[in-house]
Design a protein around this ligand. Structure first.
Ligand code: ASP
Length: 444
């Protein structure tokens, strides 16, 4: 029996859950006092971490050339800037609407299920767990916090600062310079349209060749995906003990239910009624990207796979995908925005803080604004959650946020899958509205 690449990735993920749970139960938790066992457990986790990081690095390695060349070829290849503003307008409108809908789903479910309460009062078991580990949780958070005084607006103004690099090569530096990279690529693509044909020809040919090469290397990297995915998921499962996940079970349930409602109900409706494409086909086209996002918990690292899926399987043009996707990987984060809202409301419930309607409205607005500034890397939304919590005046939230952080990874994996899926739906929607014919060829 010959398995398809995505089936290998899926199998690797299941195997990783099993192996990770065994490592957690046998080597890490139950035999903790037994040095030999806990040492073995830790070395296994270190090996998973090593292999997983290598895979993440391989993916990140192709981001800069891929984004640069796709945007340049996508724009300069067209030969005119007509319709460019229209494309931008549609894209931003989609980002704002889809994130807002996601946040409202989260807000509704967190109010209905009230995961931080038990019989109408702040949950005692969570409170006890926090009290007995307060120092550990608080210090876990304060180490990661950074600036707490920022506001949602601040997050947006910072965005423009991050967009314009001092030196063009800075844009090609670390991966969290995605906005600068997009900015430089857009300038290059648009600029090429206006220079002489003699100047444009060789430069454009160079970028076209480089684009082909980067896509080929992305294909090669994806052959290693089952191994990388196995290592990443096994590491997370081995590290996140089941006990703590059980304690926060209701919170987990609400977050996952809200994320799945957005991804499996709202997005398919958007695909069917607005983009007029069959949702099933789109899910199938994006299967590798969804699995990769889930295992890496990083929208940025998943970007090459998302691009490849949309261009090759869905047939979205370079012009649209190279514009909507890289921008979406940092700016459009439906899962993250939804999560921020649920997490803040949960913190308030656990601490017994009443959230009036107007405060909840502020939470929604801040979740929308801050999600724009969150980088596409694991656990990035923690800082945004803290900004919101401080802005709406919830006192001493460190320990609760620390507890959330302790179980963040599985939720991060799920919200990242939602983040990139929403980007891909946006690209399909925009492509359709630009008159593109999609889903013609065979899905790879
Ligand atoms: N890990 C998420 C992403 O990369 C960001 C977050 O919510 O922390 O999309």
């Amino acid at each position: 029996m010959k398995l398809k690449p995505w089936q290998w990735i899926f199998l690797a993920m299941i195997a990783a859950f099993v192996v990770g749970t065994i490592v957690n139960r046998v080597f890490v938790i139950e035999r903790e006092p037994d040095l030999v066992f806990s040492k073995t457990g830790n070395s296994l986790i270190a090996i998973f971490d090593y292999v997983g990081t290598l895979f993440m690095n391989l993916l990140k390695m192709v981001i800069v050339p891929l984004v640069l060349t796709s945007i340049v070829v996508g724009i300069a290849g067209l030969g005119n800037t007509e319709g460019f503003a229209r494309l931008g307008g549609k894209t931003l409108l989609y980002y704002a609407c889809s994130s807002l809908v996601a946040i409202l789903i989260g807000l509704t479910l967190v109010n209905v299920f009230q995961p931080g309460l038990q019989d109408g009062k702040p949950n005692e078991s969570i409170r006890k767990q926090i009290e007995s580990n307060e120092e550990k949780y608080s210090s876990a958070v304060s180490g990661k916090l950074g600036d707490r005084s920022g506001s949602g607006m601040n997050a947006v103004t910072q965005l423009f600062m991050r967009m314009v690099p001092q030196n063009v090569f800075e844009a090609f530096g670390a991966n969290n310079k995605m906005l600068a990279l997009i900015f430089v690529s857009l300038l290059t693509g648009i600029g090429l349209i206006f220079i002489s044909p003699e100047g444009r020809g060789p430069v454009l040919d160079f970028f076209k060749g480089l684009n082909e090469l980067t896509l080929l290397i992305t294909n090669w990297v994806m052959w290693l995906a089952p191994i990388g995915v196995f290592a990443l998921v096994a590491e997370t499962t081995a590290q996140t003990g089941l006990e703590i996940v059980k304690l926060l079970g209701k919170y987990f349930f609400v977050v996952i239910l809200a994320l799945l409602t957005h991804m499996l109900v709202v997005m398919p409706l958007v695909l069917r009624f607005f983009a007029k494409v069959p949702p099933r086909k789109h899910f199938y086209a994006m299967r590798n990207a969804i699995l990769t996002a889930f295992s890496t918990a990083s929208s940025s690292a998943t970007l090459p796979v998302t691009m490849r899926g949309l261009q090759k399987n869905a047939g979205v043009s370079k012009r649209v995908s190279s514009f909507v996707l890289p921008l979406g990987a940092t700016v459009n984060m439906d899962g993250t925005a939804l999560y921020e809202c649920v997490a803040v409301m949960f913190v308030a419930q656990v601490l017994g803080v009443e959230m009036a309607f107007s405060t909840q409205f502020t939470v929604v607005m801040l979740a929308l604004l801050t999600s724009i500034g969150v980088a596409g890397v694991p656990s990035a939304s923690l800082v945004a959650i803290t900004i919101i919590v401080y802005n709406v005046g919830i006192p001493h939230p460190e320990a609760v946020i620390g507890l959330i952080l302790a179980v963040d990874r599985p939720l991060d994996m799920t919200r990242t899958a939602v983040n990139i899926f929403s980007d891909s739906c946006g690209a399909v929607l925009v492509a359709k509205s630009e008159g593109e014919e999609l889903f013609q060829g065979e899905s790879q």
